[in-house]
Design a protein around this ligand. Structure first.
Ligand code: SAM
Length: 268
């Protein structure tokens, strides 16, 4: 059967090998080529599901060189699926260079829904608001982390972190804000999955003096702005002038760079 698309972006499990959709298995069986990061990793998955499709490597070190050969394969009328080692390609994984070239070449692309550490994490963390900002991996230097946190302290900031760096990162953020609530998802969908939602100091203590293992997703909860009372007068004036709450929220958040949810607390 001729497939509707030429190029498929296919999520694979982030820990539990059963976390793959029926459609993903079907596509991986039917395409001509699977472009994967590390063929040893992908081959384990393919063996498990008895998928015989040929793999070729596509990773961050050969992204540019591979583009032409993949486009050539597609122009021969063949189909390709892109997978990463785990989770959704393009989410902190390679694919961007290839995709922009495929689009220039009018290749029919589609993405399948599936496993991803960010969504698996966020779907089990209670929050006041839907809003969050996903950073990917945090920068390395202390200053860069502090600047980034400062920039995003009024939103739920979600990031990936390695076991080697997690404690150091938490301590850096703690130095900026002692009263922060954070959420951690460790080893999601795996045997030793751990979810923690607590004050940052308790989390630091939890991971101190122990060997830290596994993969991590973290979220710093949006800090409530304590100093918003100075905006009360301005909000009242806008109300008197007949602006609607939604408009006031828009104006104030734009002018004073304040989170709309915090404005709500004063508005109503
Ligand atoms: N493409 C993947 C996705 O869809 O989530 C992310 C790939 S990125 C190279 C790998 C990072 O994702 C890990 O270092 C970790 O921060 C996070 N991650 C992946 N699997 C995870 C899991 N099972 N539990 C917690 N974090 C995970």
């Amino acid at each position: 059967m001729k497939r509707k698309f030429d190029f498929y972006i296919v999520p694979t499990p982030i820990g539990n090998i059963s976390d793959i959709t029926l459609r993903a298995i079907e596509v991986l069986k039917e395409v001509d080529i699977i472009a994967c990061e590390d063929s040893r990793v992908t081959q384990k998955l393919l063996n498990h599901y008895d998928i015989k499709t040929k793999c070729i490597s596509y990773h961050k070190y050969n992204e540019k060189e591979r583009v032409d050969s993949l486009i050539k394969i597609l122009n021969e009328g063949k189909t390709i699926a892109l997978v990463s080692d785990a989770g959704t390609p393009m989410i902190c994984d390679p694919g961007s260079i290839l995709l922009s070239e495929l689009k220039k070449n009018n290749i029919n692309i589609t993405a399948l829904p599936g496993a991803c550490a960010v969504t698996t994490f966020l779907s089990q963390i209670p929050r006041d608001t839907e809003e969050f900002k996903f950073i990917g991996f945090l920068p390395k230097s202390e200053k860069q982390i502090l600047d980034l946190y400062e920039e995003n302290k009024y939103t739920n900031m979600v990031f990936y972190e390695s076991p080697n760096r997690i404690l150091k990162t938490l301590k850096i953020i703690y130095s900026k804000n002692h009263n922060l609530k954070i959420a951690i998802g460790r080893e999601l969908s795996k045997m030793f999955e751990e979810i923690i939602v607590d004050d940052i100091l308790n989390v630091i203590n939890h991971f101190s003096n122990t060997e830290i293992k596994g993969e991590f997703v973290c979220m710093t909860f949006a800090q409530k702005n304590q100093e918003l009372s100075y905006l009360k007068d301005k909000i009242e004036k806008l109300k008197e002038q007949g602006f609607k709450p939604k408009e006031i929220s828009e104006i104030i958040s734009t002018l004073y760079e304040v989170n709309k949810n915090d404005i709500k607390e004063i508005l109503y």
